[in-house]
Design a protein around this ligand. Sequence first.
Ligand SMILES: Cc1cc2nc3c(=O)[nH]c(=O)nc-3n(C[C@H](O)[C@H](O)[C@H](O)COP(=O)(O)O)c2cc1C
Length: 327
Amino acid sequence: MAGVSVQAFRRQGRRFGAGLVCSEMVSCAGLSHGNERTLGYLRIAADEHPLAVQIFGSEPEVMAEAARMVEDAGADLVDINFGCPVRKVTKTGAGATLLDEPDRACRIVAAVAEAVDVPISVKMRRGLEKCSRQCLAIGPKLVEAGAATLTLHPRSARQMYTGEADHSLTAELVELVDVPVVASGDIVSLAKAQSVLATTGAEAVMVGRAAQGNPWALRQIMGVDEEPSREEVAAELILFIRETARELGEHRATGFLKKFYGWYLGRGRFPRPFKQELTQLASLAEVEQRLLAAAPGARFVLERLEDDLPQGDEILLDLPISVYGGG
Ligand SMILES: Cc1cc2nc3c(=O)[nH]c(=O)nc-3n(C[C@H](O)[C@H](O)[C@H](O)COP(=O)(O)O)c2cc1C
């Protein structure tokens, strides 16, 4: 998820039981131009594997070049974005618009599959417009072009995130292709995951928004249904803050993290004004202090968490040191 799936989020997802995690979408043009911030998305840690890195773009050759960089960075899978509905992306001919350009979409998949040895997956929406069934027309073609797996988020691009994901389309797609299909959209609980798996024949489910500030949702979907204590919540948030500051640098992390406070502290875990208070604080050190004051026992949970983390990142890419934001 763009603006969410930083390395700290992915590592946390793996710790809480996700079988595969995915990067934010990465611009193939940014990679091709050697844009330092874009290259930073290719920073991969040892405890993230298996990891997919998602790329977006509209030019087959540039996408192929980006895929090679992603493979060199150590990704286990290259995912191609044919689902992004955001205008900034679609106006460049990338993301969901490619669903209406099957020839170009297939040329992208073929070029990427040819360029790398790791498997290629495609993530798509149902189509551009409401009630579109375009994913069913294009899905088999993408497989023929080289996609080893398809992930379907069965909302239209126009829908953005409103309404419901129509997983009857996922079931239809499963019937049409002989590669594994992953179901994305509204997987928020074990019951929902089980019902989508049973009614669609999908091989796996993908969890998005439900895991934002709530890794315990992943544990619940894996069958362990325990609400976290306030200490656990505060400790996970502090760890997330520390890792994100290391990854993005203090300045970028400060703005980036604000939305996470509500996600972590909501759900009746902490009083409402508390989250507001955290977003007003000037430094991340102050946020940590406030969290520790509100849940003093978090200190011990945090120590345990940090002790259990693998020591040192496995950085596989030879990038300028500034990319690592001091980490
Ligand atoms: C903030 C946000 C960012 C997202 N960014 C991406 C992205 O970069 N690539 C992608 O394939 N899907 C992206 N998605 C879509 C999700 O992967 C997922 O398909 C969608 O949110 C439905 O699943 P959910 O109901 O579990 O959230 C994003 C969703 C959200 C909410």
